[in-house]
Write a protein that binds this ligand. Sequence first.
Ligand SMILES: [Zn+2]
Length: 451
Amino acid sequence: MSRRSHIVKNIISIIILIVAITITIKIYNKYNYNDFDKSVTEIGKTNFTRDSEEKYSKMDSYKIENIDYTDAIFSQTISVIPNRPYKVTCKVKVKDVKNLNNTKNGGAHISINGTTERSKTITGTSNWQDLTFYFNSKNRTEVNLGFRLGGYAEKSKGTAWFSDFQVEVGTENTNSKWKMVCFIFPNIDVNVNVNGKMEHVKLQMSNNDIMTVKDNISRYSTSISQICKNKMSIEYEIYTISDPIKTLSYDDESGYYVSADDVYEYINTYVEQNNYDHIYVAFRMADKQKGNDILVNDWVGLGGMDYLGIGFSNIRMPDDENNYVYQYNYLFNTFPEEVFLHEFLHTLERNSKEYGYEIPELHDYKKYGYSENNIDGLKKWYTDYMNCNISYEGKKIGLPEEIYTYKPANKENFIYSIKLDTFSEPKNIIEAIGKLSTRVRKLLFSHASKE
Ligand SMILES: [Zn+2]
């Protein structure tokens, strides 16, 4: 073999090697999700790739493509300090994202995998935008944080690109002043299924109803401080929204009710701007005097729900205007604001459990020897509940005093936040190789430990 053909052969081998390495790197980069785990509810409906064309910054974006309705997420378990507010942000772009059955709460979003805790969801087609998710770590030391196309109970199709992830830990707000809001919806205009038949229900609250709600919130703002002996206080805002509520939610226990999704489009601008700690919606769902009582339920308030991490309660006008549950009268009802307090206490009850406290059930007053009074309802029970003064088996039980400072995380907690390097991408080839070898070691180690 001549010297020249030898050189040519060598050059060809080197070129083949370079091409092979380049292709390997390209394939690796296309499917490299760094430390994220990918998971889907149905196999074969999702493609997870890195996109070097459609990207927000220098880094290749993380693309989830759902070719059919499904739920897909890439997530990572991160350590958190208990009882701290956290903020997760990213950039997101979506194309043709639709939810199965047009549900409102699926789409592209940030969430804690395995829970209903999530950011707002993005559907349709739109260019890169900011997405923010606030959560409290509560009593957890780790959470599985993910970027999702679909939902906890929803399925979506279309494409979402995610980029520029950032996690921040905020400072706790230790005051016990709660900023509350009540959105009064005087109009509902809904189609509901009554005994298998679709019915159209259109109702209005009277000016009297609206005044009643306003009077009761005012009474409530004073009485809550008295009942809890100033362990907390509230300030409040009231907005009357004239757009009708157009959908209702349903569950077997409560029947029809207004969920966060039913009012999201009307109230979210207020909520994003104002950092509320608790949200009420007030409405009428039936009117006996007008012969409309098809949506009859036996509740006047509903609580323990949440609106993107903020406690959310329903205040419902009674079906019959001769019902005096919300009317003050010194002879037979001196506590008409009771339902506002009761529903808020469901949120504190839920929070206490989520923070790991053992507390009595709000509805268990009879078990502890309390009864409902004709004039001021369960005021005595609420007083002892809020002040941890219920006698039981030689102890005093009730809500823990700290619970009054455990409010939803919002932007006020992040004025002096600390940015964490969670989800950071390798910045150069040395870091990339370092990260890769750590992952290979982890993989080998986890494999070895299983055997
Ligand atoms: Zn209740």
